[in-house]
Design a protein around this ligand. Structure first.
Ligand code: SPV
Ligand code: MN
Length: 586
């Protein structure tokens, strides 16, 4: 069996690691690992089979290498990414292949050559870890297998929490996604993420999980491409169970930082970030490819986010990233409701109140994109159906944005096509701090996917529309906006979203009525007033309703014109898309 393992790889494996790898009898795997070892030149290779011993080893290495620091609670650690590596690196991320509008692309030869030259010898003197995972429940016939190779124990530690270990499934199985990551020298100028849709995904000189944890947003580019080619949907969506006469499952697509995680906490949790949606006998069914949450911590406080708060204060495993480390071994983040400390250590080093950066700008104690990494089974609202090999039936889809000026808080589309195009494909949202750059500018972000799309938008929408045509039972489509303002500020409080979710349930059950407006169906005052009372014990005034649900026609029209012109400029957009916009605008 040992003869199966080629030269360079074998040199770097101890006998115990050879024993682990030999169990799999996987030629493609050993050849792949051999080529990575040949390229990156690590000192040794550790195979994460997934035993308790392996998991403990990875955690210990994360601490020994300084990538994580143990906190006062011994199951909690903190990780810092470099100051200029705090979010997704859009400009350094490329899909390899021919040009696609709105997608950062590079020719395959050029991209591979570039990243391979950076990766050459990048793991010298380091240990290389190999992790084996499944996207989706192991028992599901739709699962996808993936291998992560990295010189960062933090990356493998994160993946051990965020994905299901699937070591055994690799026996004789040659069909798996491949991710290679190296911290390299952490030189930002040489940060590259190269996504070969038919081959290996490479990421180097970055540690921020959105760039380094292959199975999350890097895998999304691969699965989205696969989904479009095979007629299903791989989406940037939460999956949530809402209680009514029975549990109704919905998916929800929001750009990061606009309410997706908080919405997931208001129902039974299946997923907070990603969804695979397939047509099974005419029914849309969804699965969570992940088994954990990498969530934004900014603003998490005990009043608005009691469930997340409890998880972060439990004895379960938590990795905090880019928050403030306090001298007593606890952490602080902005918006927690705690008193702002005087000093600590943060992503930029020693921190004290009033500290400024080189250009005179104040350095916040925690980064706006600071995060927590936890397992799904730490959440008390977890729905055990997340492990159901058959997935859950989807009855509704929310497309949500952060829009101060235009969209009503909640509306329902006239049809699948109308919802997909005027609500999903038309999403414009205030820019998030999850991407490097300025925040708060409005950005075109269809289905909250623009950063992750790996095929032409025309082909993507065509697949979406025909996916609906083949379903015998169509999910209802809703648009949501928790951020509408007028001159006096926000028109809704954070808890109002509970009412909108209840309205969705009542629409699915056929109980609530609705008013037909040019942009879709909106709730009636009477229904909302009774729901506000039932859900929040609040009186809902007619003036509040009018301020929130008056259709800002001019702004809507301008938005649709803007988006129509985007799609009119893309060659392969189906004619129906433009027709739906024309009808909507007239
Ligand atoms: C998001 O920003 O949408 C996230 C975090 O879920 S990241 O992994 O950076 O994409
Ligand atoms: Mn996300």
């Amino acid at each position: 069996i040992m003869d199966l393992i080629p030269g360079i790889l074998k040199e770097r494996l101890s006998s115990s690691e050879i024993e682990k790898l030999s169990k799999l009898q996987n030629h493609q795997l050993v050849n792949f690992l051999n080529s990575v070892v040949g390229l990156c030149d690590p000192e040794s290779v550790y195979i994460v089979e997934g035993t308790r011993k392996d998991l403990e080893y990875v955690k210990r290495k994360a601490i020994e290498t300084g990538e994580e620091i143990r906190l006062k609670n011994e199951n909690h650690t903190i990780h810092f990414d470099p100051p200029l590596d705090q979010a997704r690196a859009r400009e350094d991320t490329f899909i390899l292949g021919s040009k696609i509008p709105y997608v950062n692309t590079k020719s395959r030869e050029e991209g591979l050559q570039e990243v391979i030259s950076i990766l050459k010898g990048s793991m010298k003197g380091r240990e290389m870890f190999v992790g084996f995972y499944s996207l989706g429940p192991i028992a599901s016939k739709y699962k996808m297998l993936a291998v992560q190779v990295t010189d960062s124990p933090y990356v493998i530690h994160s993946e051990n929490m965020l994905y299901r270990n699937a070591f055994r499934e690799f026996t004789n199985n040659e069909d798996f996604l491949k991710f290679v990551h190296s911290k390299g020298s952490l030189d930002i100028k040489k940060r590259r993420i190269m996504i070969d849709l038919e081959g290996v995904v490479y990421s180097v000189n970055t540690t921020y999980a959105g760039n380094s944890v292959g199975l999350k947003k890097l895998a999304l580019r691969l699965t989205l491409n696969k989904a479009v080619n095979e007629g299903w949907l791989s989406e940037h969506m939460a999956i949530i169970g809402l209680e009514g006469e029975r549990t109704h499952y919905i998916t929800a697509s929001f750009p990061s930082g606009s309410g997706k995680t908080s919405t997931s906490m208001l129902g039974k949790l299946i997923s907070d970030d990603l969804a695979f949606i397939r047509n099974v006998n005419g029914i849309a069914r969804a699965w969570n490819p992940e088994s954990g949450v990498f969530g934004i911590i900014h603003g998490v406080n005990p009043k608005d986010d009691p469930i997340v708060w409890d998880v972060l204060h439990s004895n379960d495993e938590v990795i905090f990233s880019n928050v403030l480390l306090l001298p007593d071994g606890t952490v602080y983040w902005e918006g927690s409701g705690d008193h702002e400390p005087e000093k600590g250590v943060n992503f930029a080093g020693e921190w004290w109140k009033g500290k400024r950066d080189g250009s005179g700008k104040p350095i916040p104690p925690s980064h706006p994109n600071a995060r927590f990494t936890v397992r799904l089974n730490s959440f008390k609202n977890l729905d055990l159906k997340y492990e159901d090999p058959e997935g859950v039936e989807i009855e509704g889809i929310i497309f949500g944005v952060k829009d101060y000026y235009t969209l009503v808080p909640i509306a329902e589309s006239f049809s699948w096509e109308h919802g997909v195009i005027t609500m999903g494909a038309s999403m414009e949202s205030s820019r998030t701090s999850a991407v490097i750059g300025k925040s708060d500018e409005m950005e075109f972000n269809p289905m909250a996917l623009l950063d992750f799309i790996s095929v032409s938008l025309g082909k993507y929408l065509d697949n979406y529309l025909s996916f609906g045509k083949r379903l015998s039972k169509l999910p209802k489509i809703f648009s949501a906006n928790y951020f509408l303002k007028n001159e006096n500020g926000y028109l809704n409080s954070k808890e109002d979203k509970k009412v909108w979710l209840r309205w969705i349930v009542e629409r699915i059950e056929g109980k609530a009525s609705a008013i037909r407006t040019p942009i879709g169906f909106i709730p009636t005052y009477d229904d909302l007033s009774s729901l506000f009372y039932k859900v929040l014990s609040k009186t809902y005034k007619k003036e509040e309703y009018e301020a929130q649900f008056t259709i800002r026609l001019k702004a809507y029209k301008e938005k649709f014109e803007r988006v129509r012109s985007v799609y009119a400029g893309i060659d392969d957009v189906p004619d129906t898309v433009i027709e739906i916009f024309n009808k909507q605008i007239s």
